[in-house]
Ligand binder design. Structure first.
Ligand code: FA5
Length: 341
């Protein structure tokens, strides 16, 4: 009976470690087992009583331990539920979603416009290599090796004959070679990356982008060139903007022009002196030499071509004052330009 009282006290006092207490009380080396093992020394007359007491003690201890265990488990579960509660009404954490680079957005806009005009877009992974030959980058563009105009484009040479292209104009020849004139005129644009050994500053980068454009067919005139350029400028800058052409020089076009777009909107009432012009691209009527080198008869076909710079467009459109920002890949800068914004 003293054993029973002691056991009850110990069960009440114990904490979470019920299992070791059970082993201690009821296990093979426990006190109760020892007591029951001693039965053989008890007088036969008393065995029954001692046995009953022993059983009673065992049952009481077993029942109390089971109850204690259940209470303990319930308390643990409750504590766990409280600590692991998820408040489903809290707002979720928002993941940042990426977006096309601002230059890609401008190029996409240009492509969409020219697709609408029926131009094909040259795949820059196949027919528009960034590593070019001197032949396509310069010679086929009417710039033989000793031509002084080569100085206009400082070049990264890989070997004396292989270079990083300085312009997208070599795609003119590459497209003409593949074009089948029985299917109609060639109308293409070729967006891509170009490289020049320019010293980087706010408006010059040693890598930048160009979108080449070319139309070759019968009776293609300067008026076609002007209409095409006006349409893309108005698509990019707005319907109220105008363009003007100034005489210029490129070895691969004759006549050559530089094209300005009006920074301010122009209405019939705007005085010419109030228009602020910004130079945006080079263009012209393709030189007969270039057509001839590409196997096209300049008596039969005429052509215009242009090369515009999406980097400069993006600077104008979004008021970016340093071209180098486009190539630093700082998401704090880039995430400002949302396609829908
Ligand atoms: C050319 O590259 C000619 N191939 C364009 C052309 C094509 C003329 C077809 C006639 C017919 P230019 O060097 O001016 O021309 O470059 C064209 C445009 O590229 C410039 O108007 C400018 O927008 C951009 N550009 C030139 N150099 C840089 C530079 N270092 N950094 C950023 N943009 C530049």
């Amino acid at each position: 009976t003293a054993l029973k009282t002691e056991a009850v006290e110990r069960i009440n006092a114990t904490g979470a470690d019920i299992e070791s207490l059970r082993v201690n009380l009821l296990g093979k080396k426990g006190q109760l087992t020892a007591l029951l093992k001693g039965m053989k020394d008890v007088l036969p007359a008393e065995r029954k009583i001692v046995g009953e007491i022993g059983n009673d003690v065992r049952q009481t201890i077993t029942a109390m331990l089971a109850q204690k265990k259940a209470t303990e488990e319930a308390a643990q579960l409750a504590a766990q539920l409280t600590s692991e509660t998820v408040d489903v009404t809290l707002p979720g954490s928002v993941h940042k979603v990426g977006q096309p680079h601002v230059l890609q957005q401008i190029i996409d806009e240009i492509e969409q416009h020219f697709l609408g005009l029926g131009f094909e877009i040259i795949d820059d992974t196949v027919d528009s290599p960034e590593v070019e030959t001197d032949e396509y980058n310069f010679e086929r563009e009417n710039l033989p090796k000793d031509h002084p105009a080569r100085d206009m484009q400082d070049t990264f040479y890989i070997t004396p004959e292989i270079l990083l292209r300085t312009q997208t104009s070599p795609v003119q020849s590459r497209s003409l070679e593949k074009h089948d004139f029985s299917k109609g005129p060639l109308k293409m644009i070729a967006p891509g990356k170009v490289y020049r050994r320019d010293t980087d500053d706010a408006t010059h980068s040693h890598q930048f982008h160009q979108v080449e454009g070319m139309v070759v067919g019968e009776n293609i005139t300067m008026a076609d060139l002007k209409g095409t350029l006006l349409s893309i400028m108005q698509a990019l800058f707005g319907e109220k903007h105008q363009i003007r052409m100034r005489p210029s020089y490129f070895p691969f076009t004759e006549p050559s022009v530089e094209v300005d777009v009006s920074w301010n909107e122009v209405t019939p009432d705007t005085k010419p002196e109030d228009i602020e012009w910004i130079e945006v691209l080079g263009a012209g009527m393709t030189h007969p030499n270039v057509l001839r080198m590409d196997g096209i008869d300049p008596e039969k076909y005429s052509a215009f071509a242009f090369g515009l710079g999406p980097d400069r467009f993006a600077m104008l459109k979004y008021g970016v004052d340093d071209i180098r920002q486009f190539y630093l890949n700082d998401v704090r800068f880039l995430s400002q330009f949302n396609r829908k914004g």
